[in-house]
Design a protein around this ligand. Structure first.
Ligand code: SAM
Length: 275
């Protein structure tokens, strides 16, 4: 069973090997018959298409494993990019191993890796988070959980939610952290912007073109904390204020006096259980 990546926008990004495999296999399993038909037509590939999507994945996997067991060669493709990476196909690969079927992955386009390579952020160690939760509260929780992540963080996001998501990232991670947003990579309206969270927030707030298109976000990992963030002086101010007011206000005023981001101070105080 072949895993075949397809372009994420620019059709020239298909590989010779992908075309060859898509021509040679007995069947192509496609996330979207419509999308893949257009792709096949463009490259003059004539082959039979079978559907596989999140809804029919369980039922179809059984059928395709049976076909593989009978000696058919199958290739799996998604709408765009590398199958399985936030696309259907995981069950098929898992079951292929259970049935001693050889899995052959082809390298190729993937939005996450393409955006990371152009992010200007450290790329030797990174974590891929897929899509962030749609609900605001869950999204905020997720970003809090990533606050101390030292590796570069990659997430996919819908352009409709981008502004709100960046707002949440700014609230949780602070204005100064570096971030890169990559829109419509490899396509005509490709736009990649890199800067502090505050700078990126201001760019997309004032530019309507960011409300459309496919987006990948790359966030810089957490840097080593400044050792003196909880110096004796900071703690003394915080403790005095805490006696007089709420935790949030005490943090806000301490951060202002000491020149820290209130979110960084909040996270340090809460995770170290100082409050
Ligand atoms: N499996 C695919 C891959 O390997 O790239 C990802 C599939 S996921 C369902 C689709 C998401 O990837 C989009 O919503 C967007 O966040 C991101 N994406 C896809 N194409 C992109 C592009 N050309 N530029 C930026 N992000 C893209």
């Amino acid at each position: 069973m072949y895993i075949v990546p397809t372009p994420i926008g620019n059709l020239e990004d298909i590989t010779h090997r992908s075309i060859h495999v898509l021509k040679q296999v007995d069947y192509i399993i496609a996330e979207s018959i419509k999308h893949t038909s257009i792709l096949l037509k463009h490259f003059s590939i004539v082959n039979k298409l079978l559907p596989l999507n999140i809804i029919n994945e369980k039922q179809k996997t059984k059928k395709y494993i049976h076909m593989l067991n009978q000696g058919n060669n199958l290739a799996i493709v998604s709408k765009a990019g590398t199958p399985i990476i936030n696309d259907p196909g995981y069950l098929l690969v898992k079951n292929a191993y259970k049935n001693n079927i050889r899995v052959v992955p082809l390298p190729g386009a993937c939005a996450a890796i393409t955006a990371l390579s152009a992010s200007g952020l450290q790329a030797n160690q990174f974590c891929y988070e897929g899509f962030l939760p749609k609900k605001k509260i869950l999204c905020e929780k997720k970003i809090y959980s990533l606050f101390r992540e030292k590796r570069t963080i990659i997430t996919y996001e819908s352009s409709k939610r981008l502004l709100n998501t960046i707002k949440i990232i700014k609230k949780v991670m602070g204005k100064e952290r570096k971030i890169t947003i990559a829109k419509e990579v490899t396509k005509r309206w490709e736009n990649i912007q890199s800067g502090t969270i505050e700078q990126i927030f201001n760019i997309i707030k004032h530019d309507e073109t960011w409300r459309k298109g496919e987006i990948t976000i790359v966030i810089d990992g957490a840097k080593r904390e400044k050792k003196n963030i909880l110096s004796l002086k900071t703690l003394k101010i915080f403790n005095l204020l805490k006696k007089e007011t709420t935790l949030t206000t005490a943090i806000k005023i301490t951060a202002k006096i000491c020149g820290f981001s209130k979110n960084i101070l909040y996270n340090t105080i809460v995770t170290k259980n100082i409050s």
